[in-house]
Design a protein around this ligand. Structure first.
Ligand code: GLP
Length: 261
């Protein structure tokens, strides 16, 4: 497990975008696992900039998003499809047919949709790099506390805390879904690499529990301690409750030296 602590959100985005760029450069047909929320916005802006500068092409890339709300249409500005189109897909050369989200319409059978999503990921060759944010309660994707640590893509009911945290994004009279289809924790753990990004004081206790706490279904992100290639890329504020920041910084500095030609 790698813990990278940097000054601010711009530095977090720079490193996260570099990690994704490296994967695509080594493997042009890479499969990306993508996230929504405010955390990845700067990373997406950085990737768009790299695309504009011809540093990277998404021509052969496939993407799978972590989650999608149930009960709102894909053209609704609150849908994660809309978010992804707006903040990433429409600004790069990824083929729309290569971008997947776990969409489950109200009358569809979620078990079937979940199984198909899992199959589609498998058929694409598995996820090469999964980008994650983290909820204040430790959720990843929409895997809320007490989600099975080996769960697969399925429906989850959101907790009151998550609904309240995300309420800032909805107008007062706007419908806010409380159900979502999400990749499972087992699905995320199957990714070849995981990059979790977090910034700001509000994420500090979730980050502390994820990195230095016990592995527990009560704090889903803590399961990443079991993943061989996980990087937490966080700013000083999100790292403020960690006990071993000095050591993590030292490790990162040593790692940089090893990578020098
Ligand atoms: C949402 C998403 C998560 C995201 C989390 C944190 O509930 N389903 O994928 O990581 O919230 O969001 P933010 O980055 O806005 O803090």
């Amino acid at each position: 497990m790698e813990v990278v602590v940097v000054d601010d959100a711009n530095a977090v985005a720079k490193i996260a975008a570099e990690r994704i760029t490296r994967v695509i450069t080594e493997k042009p047909y890479a499969v990306l696992g993508l996230a929504t929320g405010s955390s990845p916005l700067l990373t997406y802006a950085t990737l768009i900039e790299k695309y504009r500068q011809n540093e990277i092409s998404f021509e052969h890339v496939t993407s799978f998003n972590l989650d999608e709300y149930i009960g709102i249409a894909q053209n609704n500005p609150q849908s994660y499809r809309y978010f992804m189109d707006k903040h990433l897909f429409s600004n790069i050369n990824i083929l729309p047919e290569n971008t997947y989200l776990p969409v489950c319409k109200v009358k569809e059978r979620p078990e079937q949709i979940g199984a198909c999503y899992e199959k589609a990921i498998e058929n694409a060759g598995g996820i090469d790099i999964q980008l994650l944010g983290i909820g204040a309660n430790g959720h990843i994707g929409f895997n809320e506390p007490v989600s099975s640590l080996s769960s697969r893509t399925r429906v989850k009911t959101l907790t009151e805390q998550t609904i309240n945290d995300n309420a800032r994004l909805f107008a007062y009279d706007e419908y806010q879904p409380h159900l979502a289809m999400t990749m499972g924790i087992g699905t995320i753990m199957d990714s070849k690499r995981v990059v979790l990004i977090a910034t700001g004081k509000k994420k500090a206790s979730a980050i502390k529990a994820a990195i230095e706490g016990p592995i527990s279904a009560m704090h889903p992100a803590s399961v990443l301690q079991m993943h061989q290639h996980t990087s937490f890329i966080i700013d000083e504020s999100a790292a403020s409750e960690l006990a071993h920041v000095k050591y993590y910084k030292w490790c990162f500095a040593e790692d940089q030296k090893l990578k020098k030609p």
